[in-house]
Design a protein around this ligand. Sequence first.
Ligand SMILES: Nc1ncnc2c1ncn2[C@@H]1O[C@H](COP(=O)(O)OP(=O)(O)OP(=O)(O)O)[C@@H](O)[C@H]1O
Ligand SMILES: [Mg+2]
Length: 250
Amino acid sequence: MTTPIIECRNLQKWYSGVHALKNVDLKIHPGETVGLVGDNGAGKSTLIKILSGVHHQDSGDVLIEGRKVALRSPKEAMRHGLETMRHGLETIYQYNSMVPTMSIARNLFIGREPMKWSVFGVGIMDQKRMRAESIQAIADVDLHLRSPDALVGELSGGQRQGVAIARAMHFKSKVLILDEPTNHLSVKETDKVIGFVRGLKAQGLTGIFISHNMQHVFQSCDRIVAMARGEIVFDKPTAETSIDEVHALL
Ligand SMILES: Nc1ncnc2c1ncn2[C@@H]1O[C@H](COP(=O)(O)OP(=O)(O)OP(=O)(O)O)[C@@H](O)[C@H]1O
Ligand SMILES: [Mg+2]
């Protein structure tokens, strides 16, 4: 058996009186695409927020490639190769380090800006390289955008997902975590995001895909994990289960 790329051991999380995660144990192996499902308030986003360094568990451990890690901030999670893209009711920008008032190129390189020396011997951002590389990164995920200079705040939801995915691919993130990425998207944009998720495997990436849409999850994931009231209540390969079986549980 290979070492899991992510392992959660006995994670517990309380929000004052709410026991949001109860003894969560989960292993995700390299190259797997896991669909995380469950009713509202089941604890899915809480689990993902812990893995993306936004929240911290009250107890239990997170291991990345077999080593215990302390994910103290989103930046630290990114440094460990975990790229998170969230959508839905919460502000999309807050936790995934996308800045709406900055260009696509700047957003692609956030926290990893290439530097060069100016004539005065001062380190400055290499704008030309960021622009060129972002054109390539965007083309690599087959995203059609007018210009890398456009502001992220002017993009549609689906295009923003595309930029996040391009960033994950470009920097060879190990794990791409998408929390309800198809919320508020058009049918066409949704198809595109589903296509990205299905394509993760071919790129050697591991994915966690949270959605309320069972069809989407079953179409794009090779394992289904369901949560209810803070616990993992179901975990099976997609090929060995059905939408009906999962629905009956939730
Ligand atoms: N910041 C917070 N403060 C207090 N309680 C919270 C907070 N975030 C989540 N909770 C509570 O923790 C529980 C789990 O919430 P979580 O957001 O993880 O659910 P979810 O599975 O993502 O649900 P949904 O499908 O609706 O997004 C819920 O009871 C929720 O009300
Ligand atoms: Mg949620």
